[in-house]
Every structure is written in C-alpha cells, then in structure tokens.
Design a protein around this ligand. Structure first.
Ligand code: GLC
Length: 435
C-alpha cells in the first residue's frame, strides 16, 4: 500500500514536526507501507523525510502560491458560500494555482497512491483539486479554521472530496465540525513525540552562555519559553510575568527560539522582545538564546517550561515534549492544550494572557521543589503512556487500510456503472439496428 503525503512548507513548524514523527512511527512499525512525500520546497522537511527512507519529491510552489496567506485569502465576500464566486476569488488571488494543480495531478497519477494524506490548509485544497478519481484523501488538520473565514469557506466547498479528517485534538475537531457539518467524518489522533529523544536524561545546554549572561547563582530556578516568535505564543505575557515576580524569588527566565518565517507582522523579533525586557527592567533576569537545534537539551537545562499562548492552542507539541523531558510545565489552559494535561496532577495551568496568574504559578513552582519533582515525574509517565509516537502507526495503519478498501469498493461501483452504461448504450444501438 502506497501513501503519499502532501506538505505545504519545507520549514519545520509544529505540523511538520508532527508529520515527521508520524512518518518515523510508520516506518518503524509498518515497514510494509510505501511512504512518499510531496513537499512545496526543499528545506529541512525534505531532508529529514528522505533520511527516514521516505521517497521525497519537491514540487515547488510558484512564488504567488507561497506568499498566499490568510490575509490575502480574506478577500471581500469571504463569508460567501457561492462556490463559483469563491473559486474565482481564489484564482484571481493566485493565478499560479491552476498550473500547480495540474502538475500535482500529473505527479499523483504517476505515483499511484492508495491514499493521499495532506498536512496543512493549502495542501488540503490543492490535494482536493488534484486528487486522481477514486483515491481517498485524508486531511490532517492541525489548526483552527473558523478564525480564517475564507479558508473555512473553501474547506467547506471541497469537503466532499475528503474521505476523513484527522485532527490533533477534540477541540480542533469541534471547530472543523462547525465548518464542515456534523456528518463530516473526523477522527482525533493526538500527536506523539520520540520519548527517547525527549527524555529526562541526556545533554543539557548552557543557556546562560548561549544568552551571553554570566552564570546564574547556584540555586537559581531556570524557567523558559520555547518556540518560534509568533505573537500569539505569548512571549510578552511571559516577560511581563517575570517582571511581576518578587525580587527575592531566585528565578532566571529564558526565551529560547527565534523567528521562523520571514517577518510578516504575525511574528515578533528578538530585538523587539529584548526591548520589552529592558522597559520592564528585567534584562539581567532573562536570557535570549536564539534558535536552538536541540530543544530536548534546552528543556533538560530548565526547571520549569512555560507555555504561554494567548489564544487557544490547537495541540501544543512543546507541552508534551517538556513533560516527556520530566520538567514541571505551566500551560495556557485553553483549546486542545487543555486536553493534554490534568491540572495539578502532571502540569499546572493559567488563563491564557493572564501574566499575573502566570507569575503566581512560576512562584509556586520556584519555591516548591517537591511539587516540581512530582509534576515532572507524572508528566514523564503521561508522555510515555499517552503521547509516545510509537502509538501513531497503530492508529494510522487501520485508517489507511479501510480507506483503501472503500476506495476499491467505489472503483468497483464506478466500473459497474460504466459497464451498465455501456450495456445500455449497446442495447440502444442494437435496437436502433433492428429498427
Ligand atoms: C500546529 C498547531 C500546534 C500543534 C502542531 C502540531 O502548529 O498550532 O498547536 O502542536 O500543529 O499538531
């Protein structure tokens, strides 16, 4: 059985990390599956997938399609449901689409997949347009769509071409249901992480050195926020919370990560965050490491990992990675992220965007080593039981199998109806001949 994955970015965002974990899990546990990937640009996603033994083809997006974001998709009438009008808007917004769809269709015909698995909104649509007849398409939805009205309208238009949507949390599933209707088939599959890489033991980065700070005093509690610099990830809330800590609480904060995409207004920059830290008077209390290639080694160097997203988080890989590293975690309790933890058992929560509450949680953890140890151990156990990536293959393989069978059924039905049409035509012709 051949599964072809479609990914609309070559850069490693959360959905790409999830994709590679899925591929790794399938490679290991279901070696009989042939896995192929079509990706829109040659970046680390292509390299890493190829290293896993996944046949990888780069089918580059034309520049106009790469640039196409939700801002340009949120055209006038973006709430309109008229199919033609929407398609016209899309084609108008992006003349490169038709050409890309035909190249993708040709490539898919050559590859002859049994199932197509698309990962990311642009590929959900392009996959729906390019899918060869009868080949089941799975949309793997990692983000909320209702907040993107034009994309939501397009998914609704194309939903009938999708056999099943996999979502990364029940919360994302509910959001998608509101767009595609109650009858739309949706299945939740939580992401998995490599619990051998994300583990309590292993290398630890020198975060002070990376931040250009003098070594912290012995006994300092290290509290960090990891991730790209998207504004909604709450770096400003984190910095504000650090500024609200009592001066005698021995905490040093770390902002770990850098801007991932070209700055487009939805991201902040390290310079901007350093400026905020200066204004808050906490420059000596917070370090900025920049990009780190090995998040697990950064997490192990922390005592507390903070997730501070100010909007509801669809899943929040960093939460599960930090739990797997046995760290004490504080999360922004909303959306899919809230499904991952049991507050007080394996992590703590705060109201997203509430810096004062986050400061309280950090204080609680900084002053209670037993609580940190208890949450860290329980977090590790949760990651092993619920979020180990080995689970993914076991959940995905039966889905592919049943979709392939249903694809075959519909192919047989189509063949039958072609044959019966042919017979009707033949009967009609022989009647004409008699007459
Ligand atoms: C997206 C979501 C994030 C999730 C990731 C993997 O990036 O925004 O919450 O962790 O996909 O599913």
């Amino acid at each position: 059985m051949r599964i072809v994955f479609l990914n609309p970015s070559g850069q490693m965002g959360g959905a790409e990390v999830a994709l590679l974990d899925m591929l790794a899990s399938l490679r290991e546990a279901a070696p009989e599956l042939t896995l192929e990937l079509i990706v829109s640009d040659g970046g680390s996603v292509a390299t890493r997938a190829a290293a896993l033994g996944v046949v990888t083809t780069v089918l580059p997006f034309p520049a106009s399609l790469s640039r196409l974001g939700d801002a340009s998709l949120a055209g006038p009438n973006s709430n309109g449901s008229n199919r033609l009008q929407l398609l016209r808007q899309l084609a108008f917004a992006n003349p490169g689409i038709a050409g890309y769809v035909s190249r993708l269709r040709k490539l898919l015909r050559q590859r002859r997949p049994d199932v197509i698995h698309s990962n990311g909104f642009k590929m959900h649509l392009l996959g729906a347009m390019a899918r060869p007849r009868g080949v089941p398409l799975v949309w793997h939805v990692h983000d909320y769509v209702q907040s993107r009205p034009f994309m939501a309208a397009l998914l609704k238009v194309f939903r009938k071409r999708c056999s099943l949507a996999i979502v990364n949390s029940n919360s994302v599933g509910q959001d998608l249901k509101a767009v595609c209707g109650d009858a739309f088939p949706i299945q939740t599959i939580y992401n998995g992480v490599d619990t051998k890489v994300f583990s309590p033991s292993g290398e630890r980065l020198d975060l002070d050195f990376l931040s250009g700070l003098p070594p912290a005093e012995p006994g300092t509690i290290r509290v960090g926020l990891l991730g790209t610099l998207a504004r909604w990830k709450g770096h400003e809330t984190f910095l504000t919370a650090l500024s609200l800590l009592a001066p005698d609480i021995p905490v040093r904060g770390y902002v770990i990560g850098d801007a991932l995409y070209q700055t487009d207004g939805s991201q902040t920059s390290l310079a901007e965050l350093q400026d905020i830290a200066r204004r808050l008077g906490i420059s000596s209390r917070v370090g900025f490491t920049g990009f780190v290639a090995e998040p697990a080694s950064a997490m192990r160097a922390l005592d507390v990992v903070v997730h501070a997203s100010t909007q509801r988080e669809p899943f929040g890989l960093v939460i599960v990675e930090a739990m797997a590293c046995g760290r004490a975690v504080v999360i922004g309790e909303a959306g899919g992220a809230a499904e991952l933890i049991d507050v007080g058992e394996n992590a703590l929560g705060h109201t997203p965007g509430d810096a004062a509450q986050l400061a309280e949680r950090i204080t609680q953890l900084a002053t209670d080593p037993e609580l940190r140890a208890r949450l860290g151990a329980a977090g590790r156990a949760t990651a092993e039981q619920r979020f180990n990536r080995t689970r993914l293959a076991g959940e995905l393989a039966p889905i592919y199998e049943s979709l392939r069978n249903s694809g075959r059924q519909s192919a047989i039905k189509r063949q039958r109806s072609d044959v019966s049409e042919q017979r009707t035509v033949e009967r009609g012709q022989s009647r004409e001949n008699r007459d």
